[in-house]
Design a protein. Sequence first.
Length: 129
Amino acid sequence: MKMTNRWRASMLFGGVLSVGLSACTPTPHRDCAGLTSLTLPDIKIGEAVAVPAATSGAIRAAHCHVTGVIGTEIRFSLLLPDTWNGKFMMGGGGALVGSLDNPASATVNTGYATIGTDTKHQGDFFDAG
């Protein structure tokens, strides 16, 4: 039951941020740092950093990078593009998640908000034993 509530909280978190940012004016990074003051149930935002556009690398679009914890153990990394297409892409971590992983992170380049989590598991690949 507790895990179901945390899953709901994580989905609510993504939805709240997406809706909140869509209502903002399109000024780049206007509210990025302010996201750390959001109060959401069972979610603590640790850091929100405006990342400028890059000319190389997998992630080139300007975006807001938000990190935090759901409950007491599920770490997340959220990417919110400056130019949002109104869509969200969940980045699954596969069967053996042990760190923050988001295979969909490059979708921020095409305007998707995207999030990855460690699903409460922290460790190396070989710790799955």
